[in-house]
Design a binder for this molecule. Structure first.
Ligand code: NAD
Ligand code: DAU
Length: 364
């Protein structure tokens, strides 16, 4: 072991660790070289990508502390044995895209609700084993949730105790998942914590989400489909800050608590698109105003006092993070061009074909 203090949880099960934020968490934890061992459990849906873990797998010392298992968090026969060998479970696994939840909600219920249930049951069985003296302690479980559970926030900032008013099949499923987690704290006294992160961006972001879609389309001089008036507001959080905050809550969070993870970078979508086009040196004329997302949440904004009191501060300012992200997509075209092929073409046609056909100039 070299570098850093001894980790509180030396053996982690990281579900969804081949996705965008999960892989950043895995890369960053392994790169600390503090002796932490990680088992990644990932179903490898369209969003899972083994290449996201390439930097860790290329380093023999880190690779020796990483075990990669392909499997479904909703499959108890896969989850139970893995849970028996870890000190904590960090659940990133989810169907995560609002637009896909509108096209086809069922997978969201299976993974974002039933999957969470299966993980909780596995953790509960381990807590029972610990009570019987069959293992050293009960595992902690951290559920990665989202600011979308609060619904659209017209003014002010959501606090952790606010009403949950999710408005899409995705956010409703995420809310159900985290409420189950809370119920296991109240009912079974389990060691659980929840984080609610805001809109995350950065390297390895699947190119179906706003920022990477627009960067990669613009690089190819393709149209940029802006939903509705583009004045929706999101609070942008750099991926390493999101992953770092999750690690901080895992280590220091109070059992049964929920922590907002804001980015403190609220922007309209138009502002974000303007900034990324400036970074790329591409014209606004690529932007097309298309039919809006049904039920589109107008704004998310969270109060971060509780997380700040726990000692966490984000590091990346938005302008620098966006420039670094643009640079990453410029330098890693093999990564995203491989994703934007095959099944991608069908998805793109389904999501944007009619929208772009009926689009108009977005006007500045
Ligand atoms: P992502 O879609 O990039 O990755 C999800 C990963 O989970 C993929 O690797 C996928 O293969 C895997 N997965 C899906 N279903 C699975 C299953 N049944 N069993 C095992 N693995 C499965 O998502 P992301 O953007 O990295 O988000 C990670 C988590 O953070 C999600 O829970 C999401 O709700 C939450 N979140 C995301 C954001 C954001 O802006 N991206 C913000 C706040 C919260
Ligand atoms: O707020 C946290 C959430 O952020 C996470 O829980 C989700 O997993 C994550 O996908 C993200 O959800 P959004 O719906 O906010 O992200 P998305 O990138 O899909 O869209 C961001 C904004 O951009 C939103 O207002 C919709 C708009 N948009 C998106 C796409 C893909 C467009 O205008 N055009 C597009 O083509």
């Amino acid at each position: 072991m070299s570098g850093g203090t001894a980790p509180r949880f030396p053996r982690l099960l990281v579900t969804g660790g081949a996705g965008f934020i999960g892989s950043c968490f895995v890369r960053d934890v392994l790169a600390r070289k503090d002796g932490t061992h990680i088992t990644v459990l990932d179903k490898m849906t369209y969003a899972g990508n083994r290449a996201n873990l390439a930097p860790a797998e290329a380093d023999p010392e880190q690779a020796a502390r990483l075990l990669f298992v392909v499997g479904d968090i909703a499959d108890a026969s896969v989850v139970a044995p893995l849970a028996s060998e870890v000190d904590a479970i960090v659940n990133f696994a989810a169907e995560s895209h609002v637009d896909r939840s509108i096209l086809d909600p069922e997978a969201f219920l299976r993974t974002d609700v039933m999957g969470v249930h299966v993980l909780l049951e596995a953790a509960r069985a381990e807590a029972e084993r610990a009570r019987r003296g069959e293992r050293a302690g009960a595992p902690r479980m951290l559920q990665v949730s989202t600011d979308e559970v609060y619904g659209s926030v017209e003014t002010g900032e959501s606090r952790e105790g606010d009403l949950l008013e999710p408005r899409s099949p995705y956010s409703a499923a995420k809310a159900a998942g985290e409420l189950l987690v809370r119920s296991y704290f109240v009912t079974y006294g389990m060691d659980v914590v929840v984080t609610r992160g805001s809109n995350t961006y950065g390297p390895y972001h699947h190119p179906e989400k706003l920022i990477p879609l627009f960067i990669t389309n613009a690089m190819d001089d393709q149209q940029l489909p802006l939903y509705g008036d583009g004045l929706q507001r999101r609070d942008w959080l750099y991926v390493a800050d999101h992953a770092g905050a999750i690690g901080h809550v895992l280590a220091h969070g109070v059992a049964g608590e929920t922590y907002n993870v804001p980015g403190d970078n609220e922007r309209t979508n138009r502002d974000v698109v303007t900034a990324l086009l400036d970074d790329l040196g591409k014209p606004w004329s690529l932007v097309r105003q298309v039919e809006d997302r049904p039920g589109h949440d107008r704004r998310y904004a969270m109060d971060g006092t509780r997380l700040a009191a726990l000692g966490w501060t984000n590091r990346m300012p938005f302008e620098r993070g966006l420039a670094a992200t643009v640079e990453w997509y410029r330098a890693n075209q093999d990564w995203w061009r491989a994703i934007k092929s095959g099944e991608w073409t069908d998805y793109y046609q389904r999501q944007y074909g009619a929208r772009l056909a009926g689009s108009r100039e977005a006007g500045r």
